[in-house]
Design a protein around this ligand. Structure first.
Ligand code: F6R
Length: 602
């Protein structure tokens, strides 16, 4: 989603801002812009399109300065266009604002400002911000109080950076339900909507909390609470290996991240410490329910976890999409454990669902990949996947790390409960220890075969994914991967459900991908595949079972593991399939259209 960068210091700001925007490209966006202060006046340039379009604007060489703000916009209110791109300025060009989030009551504020003779040129919610600040400035407030007074009116979410030609020596920032970090330098300070934007420039970071404000000068930062009282903040050192945020020789981040999975799973499992949860057998015995709540791929990881927790621990688990959970009055009390899975730790719906569960008395756990992300500051406890930064929009290594973490978590709960299945738990632990080797084997042995298959199917209009039990959970994830980056319509169905409707869609030549790893369901799965073959389907089978290959078009073999852990392996060929199909279609696999890496609005 939208990205923010700000700079104030002894160096020229434009280069830092443009670099920062390039580092944020992975978040997904459709327009870009920059405002710089020079000679006490604001110069703004913005355009629909990419950062490369911004730097080709004819006037870009004519502007620079020591203080500036920049933005990549993912359209919510108003189409992607030059005029809707950020920064937005007031009509006198004395305030310039970049904004992430949504001002939900902007129409009401706009009507008020129009009644005071303010004029608007964009269709965005953001344009009310510089104008309302200007309104308060003209009422006699200083710059900081003008921003503060304006923020009091905003309903919804915002992370904003504001510059003013009246005060060229500072940038004012504020946030509510949208992330914002400050990078500390020497005689220079940086602002970013996330850490990767600034990693090139800073390793010490301040984190702005909801309803806080900061005045950012080149050699100082003053922090304020919600009532504008000065507060002290400590910075944290964040060190990320630069190979984690470069392509490191791969063509795309997505492929690099697929190949990083042996390492990311190992790191995740080695860094886990469940003791921090302070669980007791008595607490677990008194639990009525566990909710696992998340969005997209993270929710698919939750579906896998449900089977493991229910089977190993005999605790009732419900999995829900965060956007549904938060509005369906879920039954929650202090005998509920609620787990929220989010790679970014910034997904607006997941965070709102977490706040809801907490307010009803549930104990809450966040499972996230990003230290210091918003979710970590709200949940009672945090478990980290140590997958390293995931830059490609389509999640791969975060998913397998989430599944590995939740698998180990299920084993941990079962052990605490003395669930009487020690030999199974030991087998699972042993298999988890070795799973990275099996992933490496799959990557080495199937990539070329899958590329070959992708070449044959990349022009398809519809592809179906089927499976039973955990294989169905993986089918959901495989179909999501394909549709996200290849734009092919991909649907997943529980194999047993096909006859109840979806089989009507199968016709001569339709491609059906089947995941077959559960030994106890193999006959049933195969007979469902036979049913689609009888209707003319072409079949691709992902399996670790010995199956007669006469009737199937392609069989992709993966190593055996305990059936509860098979999703970690069977998803790998599906990630590769989606990747190669998208590459044959010449698509940008890292930045698929309309999608954002971190969905910070509801
Ligand atoms: C799919 C994908 C999305 C995310 C979803 C949740 O490849 O990446 O479906 O899984 O937007 O994001 P997080 O995990 O950051 O909350």
């Amino acid at each position: 989603m939208c990205g923010i960068v700000g700079y104030i210091g002894n160096n020229f700001a434009k280069k830092v801002l443009i670099n920062g925007l390039s580092n944020l490209e992975y978040r997904g966006y459709d327009s870009a812009g920059i405002s710089l202060i020079n000679n006490n006046s604001i110069h703004t340039l913005k355009t629909k399109g990419r950062v490369k379009d911004l730097i080709q604007l004819s006037n870009i060489d004519k502007i620079d300065g020591y203080c500036g703000i920049a933005h990549t916009r993912w359209a919510t209110h108003g189409e992607p266009s030059d005029k809707n791109a950020h920064p937005h300025n007031n009509q006198n060009n004395t305030f310039s604002v970049v904004h992430n989030g949504i001002i939900e009551n902007y129409n009401e504020l706009k009507d008020f400002l129009i009644s005071k003779n303010y004029k608007f040129i964009s269709e965005t919610d953001t344009e009310v911000i510089p104008n309302l600040i200007d309104y308060y400035y003209k009422e006699g407030n200083d710059f900081l109080h003008s921003v503060y007074n304006a923020c009091k009116h905003f309903k919804g979410s915002y992370a904003i950076c504001v510059i003013s030609s009246f005060c060229p020596d500072k940038i004012i920032v504020a946030r509510k339900s949208s992330p914002l970090v400050l990078g500390k330098g020497i005689n220079e300070n940086f602002i970013g909507s996330d850490i990767p934007a600034l990693l090139e420039y800073a390793k010490y970071f301040y984190f702005i909390k909801d309803n806080e404000f900061a005045e950012v000068f080149k050699d100082n930062i003053i922090f304020y609470d919600k009532d504008l009282n000065k507060i002290e903040k400590n910075y944290k050192e964040i060190s990320i290996d630069s190979s984690d945020i470069t392509k490191n020789g791969y063509d795309d981040y997505m492929l690099k991240e697929i190949y990083e999975q042996p390492k990311s799973i190992n790191n995740t499992l080695n860094n886990l410490n469940f003791e921090t949860l302070d669980f007791t057998k008595e607490y677990l015995n008194n639990l009525k329910k566990i909710y696992i709540v998340a969005c997209g791929t993270a929710m698919h990881a939750g579906l896998v976890a449900r089977t493991l927790i229910e089977n190993l621990c005999k605790i009732n688990v419900e999995v829900d999409l965060a956007s549904e959970f938060r509005y369906r009055n879920p039954i929650i009390d202090n005998h509920t454990l609620a787990i929220f899975i989010s790679q970014s730790g910034e997904t607006a719906d997941t965070i709102a669902a977490l706040e809801l569960a907490k307010s009803y008395g549930a104990k809450t756990i966040a499972v996230t990949n990003v230290p210091e992300s918003s979710i970590t500051r709200i949940a009672d406890k945090v478990l980290y996947t140590s997958a390293g930064p995931e830059i490609a929009v389509a999640s791969t290594k975060a998913y397998t790390s989430q599944v590995a973490l939740m698998s180990y978590f299920s084993i941990y709960l079962a052990e605490l409960l003395d669930s009487n299945n020690n030999s199974l738990l030991e087998e699972l632990k042993e298999d988890l220890k070795n799973i990275h080797d099996k992933i490496s084997k799959i990557l080495n042995s199937t990539n070329l075969q899958i590329k070959d298959i992708a070449k044959k199917i990349y022009n398809e209009k519809d592809i179906y994914y089927i499976g039973r039990g955990l294989d169905y959970c993986v089918a959901l994830e495989g179909a999501l991967k394909l549709k996200e980056i290849s734009y092919i319509h991909a649907e997943s169905y529980a194999s047993g459900e096909l006859k109840h409707g979806a089989i009507a869609l199968i016709e001569n030549g339709t491609t059906v991908v089947s995941i077959v790893t559960n030994p106890s369901l193999i006959e049933k799965s195969i007979s469902n595949i036979q049913e689609v073959i009888s209707r003319g389907a072409k079949t691709i089978i992902i399996t670790n079972q010995h199956i007669d290959n006469d009737s199937f078009n392609y069989i992709i073999e993966i190593p055996k593991t305990n059936e509860y852990l098979s999703p970690i392996l069977s998803v790998i060929p599906l990630q590769l399939l989606a990747y190669h199909v998208a590459k044959f279609k010449n698509l940008d696999v890292d930045k698929p259209r309309n999608l954002a890496k971190s969905v910070t609005v509801e």
